[in-house]
Design a protein around this ligand. Structure first.
Ligand SMILES: *Cc1c(COP(=O)(O)O)cnc(C)c1O
Length: 426
């Protein structure tokens, strides 16, 4: 593989062109493994950024892609419809909370966040109210496009870099009570106060339910979410739940909001929707929001991406959701959660470890010092795993089909890193 060309000309996510870090050449993937050019196989601890829940080269997903590509890979969605989209939306509506009835298919997670924010703005515009703000909590992550970035944690996404261009929204303190901890009522105080103070200008609250992902891998108490829902109802503000990371079983429930037994007004899904095969996302909303938006001045919802409802992506998503419907994910995520609960606390005695936490198929080791990317990545590869940490967070979001030996291998590799001082910065 021409790695030198790659180094000199190709941007990778969040990387420098001046001093690019090593990239590992992957030539194939099967089951839970990446295959490197030199023949080594790595257990993928990331599910390719939380997407490949059923693993790679899955016969059922492959068959769906093959049979669809022989019919049509893509047709525009303006004025045209097709079975892959209809079947997918039927399946989605059966899975999500039952108040959600209208699906907008978009092409990536960030775009579905943009779409959801636009829906909320158009909703209030149609009602003749001026509501230009969104309320969220700190430590969140909603994507890299501008509107999504504007509701992402101000520190992590470097709001100062884009100051003047980025809309300024309202940030409450993030929940401090962990998922497994006893609820502290004071946790909601700042959120409640901010909502009270600003509700007349707030179009919607946007949150990641239960798990704050790329903003800090924080697992928070469902009671926070329950109270957010009832406060939104009390103050007449829409609630957008970004289930892009949590959706389709990752937390041990089909959707994160089920831990709190609540329903959003708008829900975003993405990442695992096609089990990592194709890029596809959706914003799903209530009849009330959809009808109000379309009853407004514009007469329609003002969005329509070129690749909306791509049939190939929809077909693979259908196949992935069929696997979900079979229900094996429940036992699989339960088993992974039990393994994390057993193995991760054994790392707590390391001075380098600040905290370990887990939920469903998510395992997190928070360290006291930031990782040194180049050596830690190398060590992981030498231990036969792929784990991509950030900052002080070494985390695993493995494919649901991982066997106990795969999870043990991932945790062993993390332990090896904790024993290697060169893997951490001061
Ligand atoms: C990954 C992610 C996004 C952005 O999705 P992209 O497909 O990368 O645009 C948005 N919200 C959450 C919670 C995510 O985890």
């Amino acid at each position: 593989m021409d790695l030198e060309f790659d180094r000199q000309h190709i941007w990778h996510p969040y990387t420098s062109t001046i001093d690019p870090l090593t990239c590992y050449p992957v030539v194939g993937a099967r089951d839970v493994y990446f295959q490197l050019e030199d023949g080594r196989e790595l257990v993928d601890g990331m599910s390719s950024w939380w997407a490949a829940i059923h693993g790679y080269n899955h016969p059922h997903l492959n068959a769906a892609a093959h049979s669809q590509i022989d019919k049509m890979s893509h047709v525009m969605f303006g004025g045209i419809t097709h079975d892959p989209a209809i079947n997918l939306c039927k399946r989605l509506l059966k899975m999500v909370p039952d108040n959600l009835e209208h699906v907008f298919l978009a092409d990536s997670g960030s775009v579905s966040v943009e779409v959801s924010l636009k829906m909320a703005l158009q909703y209030w515009h149609a009602k003749g109210e001026k509501r230009p703000k969104f309320l969220t909590v700190r430590d969140g992550y909603h994507g890299d496009t501008f509107a999504a970035m504007s509701v992402t944690d101000p520190n992590h996404s470097m709001h100062s870099l884009y100051k003047g261009f980025l809309p300024e929204h309202i940030f409450a303190e993030s929940p401090k009570t962990g998922f497994w901890d006893d609820w502290q009522q004071s946790d909601i105080d700042d959120f409640k106060q901010k909502l009270y103070q600003h509700h007349t200008e707030v179009a919607a609250v946007i949150l990641e339910p239960i798990v704050q992902g790329a903003g800090g891998m924080r697992l928070y108490n469902p009671e926070f979410l329950r109270q957010v829902r009832s406060l939104c109802d009390e103050f007449g503000v829409l609630l957008i739940l970004d289930e892009i990371a949590t959706g389709f079983g990752r937390t041990g429930k089909l959707f994160g909001c089920e831990h709190a037994n609540i329903k959003p007004d708008i829900m975003c899904v993405g990442k695992a929707l096609t089990s990592g095969y194709m890029t596809l996302s959706a914003s799903i909303t209530t009849k009330e929001v959809a009808m109000t938006v379309c009853g407004g001045e514009a007469g329609c919802f003002m969005h329509g991406p070129t690749f909306m409802a791509n049939p190939l992506a929809c077909s693979v998503a259908n196949a992935s959701l069929e696997l979900i419907e079979k229900g094996e994910w429940q036992g699989q995520t339960k088993q992974i959660e039990q393994l994390f609960a057993e193995l991760l606390p054994k790392l707590n005695h390391y001075d380098l470890v600040k905290d370990t936490r887990w939920l469903g198929a998510i395992g997190v080791v928070e360290t006291t010092r930031p990782v040194n990317m180049e050596p830690i990545q190398k060590l992981f590869v030498e231990h036969g795993v792929y784990i991509r940490p950030f900052g002080k967070l070494i985390y695993m979001m493995p494919p649901f089909i991982c066997k106990p030996e795969h999870i043990e291998k991932l945790v062993k590799a993390i332990e090896a890193a904790l024993n290697s001082p060169e893997c951490f910065l001061d």
